[in-house]
Design a protein around this ligand. Structure first.
Ligand code: GAL
Length: 730
């Protein structure tokens, strides 16, 4: 079969027997939940975050607890809120020492006042549980709440995000304060949601934590014999003779390191569940969420999805410089991740800066137009909020120089305040966007455990040429995502445990670790007509980091890909190695393409060769192959392209062969992108120019109406620098 004659998947894709196929508006069928779970129709439109308040939420972290000694500032805040177009505030995130200034002495009157004043103006609070920063009295009275570091020392009180997740005392103190808040504010008109803690992160090595880790391992492996085998512990005489010998700070064992990361996630999820229990007991209908950090490597965020009613995240991109559109790609990738994590449910952009981000190396302020653009990018990818850190700058301490809606002087006269107020006014045109979503045909797999397994494996080279410790796993996922962004093709960002059936095309770069069942589910997906893209470094280890035997890509992927990868070469940075597409290939990537870091020596075992290596003793061997398997196809890319051109051409070819839908059938120049959201019988198109110069898009005969002013765009349309539009078909 030539590589140009692929058809679309069969109408009803031959999905897994246990999965029902359902017709819903806008999409023929859908599968919800994890593999094996019951299917359910996906909603055409989701309810708003706050029932009866069908608007995009707009607001900020607000810390009135820092200003109780100066009530006029709080009065001024409320006056400014009126003018800012903000409606929702995250309150009390780090307020524990104000809420409970001494053990058991609770002072909540100030918060009553804040909540009442918000409610009086029909504003809302994401009320925070204060566990992100413990009060000093607690550190003093109960040293066990302070973490023990890798060196075995108990930390000082320190700053924030530094409590032990296992400590029974900390858990009890958190339960008490959370229950107080929940009982006090249940039924309060201003209570829109619970903001659980803040950016959970880090780990502790105290005896409580080590004990919990060992118990978790016992439950996982059953016996030391099984554990030693799974970890290959006889290597360098590491064999464990008792559970007490297991210490995550002292190990060259990959499996142990991996399990420690899993445990830290498990324990943090358990802590969050513990935080949520008293809240749900008192306020079962109020959504809970915790604010996350892009693809923070320390926690597998997918494990939080079941206990979060909505996903939220804090976005601090560096959209600086001529190439800032590349940062916008990565930002979009994270937005798509957070939308995908709850199956398309609109997510919460909980923090973003209205201006500069003081902890960045070069905290550039936003250029005119950039703020609205950043916010509309989030909404276009599925955010139903645009929220900021922070409402007002603190007068002292770490964040007095961080961007805020309200500066130290001249309040509403600043450019930033006006930007926020403008954006607030603009959001009034987007009520119909609330609850809409997108159902992509493409998914890129980005899996935390795969990333960890790459981090803990020595070789095939220690780092990529550009440095990151994860062998550029995350960046590689984003490199494969970027061409879809450029084409305006919607993408979900899934993990390897996610259902595959909703998609036409799955791109799974560097799928180094195969968790149980993943290869079988990929096989079912391809057999049923799906297209799968695999790359170098796939199917190398199992879930305990033991190598999969029998030739790579292992675990069953070899027969899917129709190739055998015999060896992996590591390249020096200036390698002359090139990929050369085969003559007559349907993919539009003419010329030679430099590669970097990795080249695999691959033998076809039924696959068709689409490109070969140019140099070295393996010149002429396959660098890109395709294999037909069942009703589908598997592509295998054996080397890492060094420049955009190769993946751009390859992806464009896939999109056209599979007839994957772009948001609109228009060509987008580099730095311009489009997303869409649909529901309730309407479709919204978000069009952005991220370049610092005019860009022209030819809309042809398509007529698009700006939802804010009714202006119609059609034909050749010039987009000014940082221009962003929300459009509907006219
Ligand atoms: C976030 C954090 C906020 C604030 C912000 C500053 O990571 O959640 O509390 O510190 O960074 O950019």
């Amino acid at each position: 079969m030539s590589d140009s004659t692929v058809g679309r998947r069969p109408f009803l894709k031959g999905a897994l027997g246990s999965v029902a196929l359902l017709a819903v508006p806008g999409r023929l069928f859908a599968i919800a939940g994890q593999p094996g779970s019951a299917s359910a129709p996906l909603p055409d439109r989701y309810p708003p975050i706050i029932p009866g308040f069908p608007h995009i939420l707009h607001g900020a972290d607000w810390n009135p607890d820092q200003w109780l000694h100066e009530p006029s500032v709080i009065d001024e805040d409320l006056r400014l809120m009126e003018k800012s177009g903000c409606n929702t505030f995250s309150v009390g995130i780090f307020a524990w020492s104000t809420l409970e200034p001494a053990e058991g002495r609770f002072e909540l009157a100030w918060l009553d006042d804040i909540m009442n004043r918000l409610a009086a103006k029909a504003r809302y609070a994401f009320l925070a549980t204060p566990s992100g920063a413990k009060p000093r009295w607690m550190s003093e009275t109960y040293p066990e709440v302070r973490r023990v570091n890798r060196a075995g020392q108990r930390e000082l009180h320190g700053s924030r995000h530094n409590h032990c997740f296992t400590s029974p005392v900390y858990r009890e103190k958190v339960r008490i304060i959370n229950a107080k808040l929940a009982d006090r504010y249940k039924g309060h008109k201003a209570l829109a949601g619970w903001h659980i803690s803040n950016e959970y992160s880090g780990s502790c090595y105290c005896d409580h934590c080590l004990g919990a880790f060992r118990a978790w391992l016992q439950a996982r492996y059953g016996s030391l014999e099984a554990l030693n085998k799974a970890w290959w512990a006889s290597f360098w005489s590491q064999t464990f003779q008792s559970w007490d010998q297991i210490d995550p700070r002292d190990s060259p064992v990959d499996g142990l390191n991996l399990d420690w990361d899993r445990f830290v996630t498990h324990q943090t999820v358990d802590f969050m569940r513990h935080e949520i229990a008293p809240l749900k007991a008192a306020t079962p209908a109020i959504p809970v969420t915790t604010n996350m950090m892009s693809a923070f490597v320390g926690l597998d965020y997918w494990r939080f999805t079941d206990i979060s009613d909505r996903m939220s995240w804090d976005a601090y991109p560096t959209l600086h410089g001529e190439d800032s559109w590349r940062s916008a790609v990565n930002l979009s990738f994270y937005h798509d991740l957070y939308r995908t994590m709850k199956g398309g449910l609109p997510f919460i952009l909980m923090e973003s800066t209205p201006s500069n981000t003081n902890w960045q190396q070069t905290p550039q302020i936003k250029k005119p137009g950039q703020h609205r653009q950043e916010m509309l990018l989030a909404i276009g990818h599925g955010a139903d909020t645009t929220m900021y850190f922070q409402w007002r700058k603190s007068l002292g301490a770490a964040e007095k120089m961080h961007g805020a809606v309200v500066d130290h002087g001249e309040a509403e006269r600043t450019r930033v305040f006006k930007d926020i107020a403008d954006h607030g006014a603009f959001l009034r045109h987007l009520d119909a966007v609330v609850g809409t979503t997108v159902r992509p045909e493409v998914a890129v797999v980005q899996d935390w455990e795969v990333r960890w397994s790459l981090m803990y494996t020595q070789g095939p080279r220690q780092q990529s040429a550009r440095g990151p410790f994860d062998k550029e796993y995350l960046q590689t996922c984003q490199d494969h995502y970027r061409p879809f962004w450029k084409l305006g093709v919607p993408v979900d960002v899934i993990e390897s445990l996610s259902p595959f059936d909703p998609y036409e095309l799955i791109v799974a770069p560097m799928l180094f670790m195969l968790k149980p069942g993943v290869a079988d589910r990929l096989e079912a997906f391809v057999k049923a007509g799906g297209t799968l893209v695999l790359t170098y470094l796939s199917g190398i280890v199992d879930e305990t980091a033991l190598v999969l035997r029998g030739g790579w890509p292992g675990g069953g992927l070899r027969k899917l890909a129709g190739i055998w990868s015999e060896e992996i070469d590591a390249l020096y940075p200036d390698s002359p190695q090139r990929i050369v597409p085969a003559a007559g290939s349907a993919f539009s990537m003419p010329g030679e393409h430099p590669v970097r870091d990795y080249c695999e020596r691959v033998h076809p075992e039924g696959a068709t060769v689409l490109a070969t290596y140019k140099n070295d003793f393996y010149a002429g061997m396959p660098a890109l192959t395709v294999n037909t398997y069942g009703a589908g196809r598997v592509y295998y890319l054996a080397a890492r392209p060094a420049q955009d051109g190769f993946l751009d051409g390859f992806t464009r070819g896939l999109v056209s062969q599979l007839r994957l839908a772009r948001c609109l059938d228009v060509e987008l120049p580099e730095g311009v992108t489009m997303q869409k959201r649909a529901g309730g019988g309407r479709t919204f198109y978000f069009l952005h120019n991220f370049r610092r110069q005019d860009q022209v898009v030819d809309l042809g005969w398509t007529r698009l109406k700006d939802v804010s002013d009714g202006r119609v765009l059609t034909g050749r349309t010039t987009l000014a620098p940082f221009a962003s539009f929300v459009l509907e078909k006219a």
